[in-house]
Design a protein around this ligand. Sequence first.
Ligand code: C2E
Ligand code: CA
Ligand code: CA
Ligand code: CA
Length: 274
Amino acid sequence: AKKVRHRYVVYTDQLDMALNHRRAMEGALSAAMTTGEGLSCHYQPMVRVSDGRVVGVEALCRWWHPQLGVVPPAQFIPLAEETGLIVRLGEWVLRTACSRIARVPDLFVAVNVSAVQLRDERFDARVLEAAAQAGLPANRLELEITETAIVHAEGAAAAALRRLRAAGVRISLDDFGTGYSSLALLKDLDVDKVKIDRSFVQQAPLADDSAAIVRAVSNLGAALGLCVVAEGVETEAQRRFVRDAGCDELQGYLLSPGVPGDRLDELLDGYPSA
Ligand code: C2E
Ligand code: CA
Ligand code: CA
Ligand code: CA
């Protein structure tokens, strides 16, 4: 019994510490959103395979805190989703990214959208208003939504996405292959693009099963008239593979990681312009 009690104490101590840390992080994130301090957007180029031009960028949220340091999105995005802060954070990213990219001719910007944001019944109105206010035409905006989120988008959320598409906004299926949906589902979803998850892209030159998945998604995407994007391209072998598989666009560290907004022009100067 003594042993059990001892373990119990250790357990609650750790739980307390985890909860305190979480609360501290939640408070800090909320404060950062009020002041804007420490929050920024990075932009990662997306390149058209056929001619190597940068056609768009993906906006990636960054958070730096004086005490916590750099907090990775894999930590603060789930926290923001659980606490509902993602609605304000998502809108901040959207407005920041639209304003920055409105100043670059012809480039599109892809913004990540959480399932929680889709539950807001005025989601489509907010998105179109943000783009309009930034002076970014709707057809230069893409929304990246994971397959899990889009499959569960029912009723009002599905209708909001349809209205956005009708207004010219493109919908991109993010991390494709990691959720539970099947290839057959691709034809039923109202999307314009499909992004093959980097786990398949990176394994493709080495493993037959990943190679088959990349080729299958690429072929089906082409047959359905979708733009197929390969994410996480890090090596020349991966680039060649996704090109030969017929992918339309690629993105990854081989070309560039995300860069801050004030370094974007410099980065784009290094590529043939679109
Ligand atoms: P994601 O949407 O799949 O974004 C791509 C992630 O892969 C980014 O990580 C990017 O930096 C990273 N990446 C790009 N190229 C490569 C590569 O060649 N190799 C490897 N290993 N990684 C690569 P990041 O910025 O840490 O973001 C992680 C995730 O956090 C994103 O995954 C997205 O789900 C989420 N996220 C980031 N910003 C936002 C945002 O503004 N809103 C929402 N809702 N989610 C966001
Ligand atoms: Ca994404
Ligand atoms: Ca992704
Ligand atoms: Ca193609």
